[in-house]
Design a binder for this molecule. Structure first.
Ligand SMILES: Nc1nc2c([nH]c(=O)n2[C@H]2C[C@H](O)[C@@H](COP(=O)(O)OP(=O)(O)OP(=O)(O)O)O2)c(=O)[nH]1
Length: 187
């Protein structure tokens, strides 16, 4: 699927918790998702995600690990058919760096949530695709394009497809460590 990757997202961990944002506007309004946003013209994905994390949380991450891409297509209630995609990253902070448990921001409510709560597939408070792709990003060393299909706000199809070997070079991320610790995403 050749969808434009115009967004970034980051899941920041501290111990068993992950920093989540409940956005106060579409997309995924009222649902918990990672922190991130739209890339600026000409901006590379790592610079973009570090900027968004700082703008949305005040956390100045030194680094984030590329963990795959997520693409979506389908229909949303009240919106036209839409499709797009994002570069996904994982990061960790120390207890001292993590900031308050709950914080109201311009974008919505930020809160540290237990990972087990986020990954529970029956948890309707979390954006539906997150439990599918995040579990795999955390446990599988291969980087995937996580393909999501929605129909009227519900996830109706999900398929992880391994990214091509030269993906990181293609998108200027070749110097970036992946979540498996290697710049090459396939053995
Ligand atoms: N637009 C969009 N973003 C999505 C979808 N699913 C999903 O996880 N996301 C993620 C990507 C981003 O991390 C976040 C949306 O970012 P945003 O719209 O708040 O970005 P932004 O404030 O920088 O953008 P903008 O105001 O300039 O449009 O949600 C989706 O279906 N559509």
């Amino acid at each position: 699927m050749d969808l434009p990757l115009k967004y970034t997202i980051c899941f920041i961990r501290q111990g068993d918790d992950v920093l989540m944002l409940n956005r106060n506007r579409p997309a995924n309004m009222g649902l918990w998702n990672g922190v991130g946003g739209k890339l600026e013209p000409g901006e590379d994905p790592l610079t973009g995600v570090l900027r968004e994390v700082y703008e949305e949380t005040g956390i100045a991450l030194a680094h984030a690990r590329f963990a795959g891409t997520v693409t979506w297509r389908g229909t949303w209630h009240g919106h036209d058919q839409a499709e797009g995609g994002m570069y996904a990253f994982l990061a960790e902070v120390t207890e001292r760096e993590r900031g308050p448990r709950l914080q109201e921001t311009r974008e919505g409510v930020l809160m540290w949530k237990p990972l087990s709560w986020i990954l529970d597939p029956d948890n309707l408070g979390v954006a539906e695709h997150v439990s599918r792709f995040l579990a795999r990003m955390l446990n599988d060393p291969v980087c995937y394009e996580h393909r999501c299909v929605f129909h009227d706000d519900r996830l109706i199809d999900y398929e992880p497809v391994p990214l091509p070997n030269d993906f990181l070079t293609q998108v200027g991320l070749s110097q970036v460590k992946t979540s498996s610790g290697s710049a090459n995403n396939r053995p």
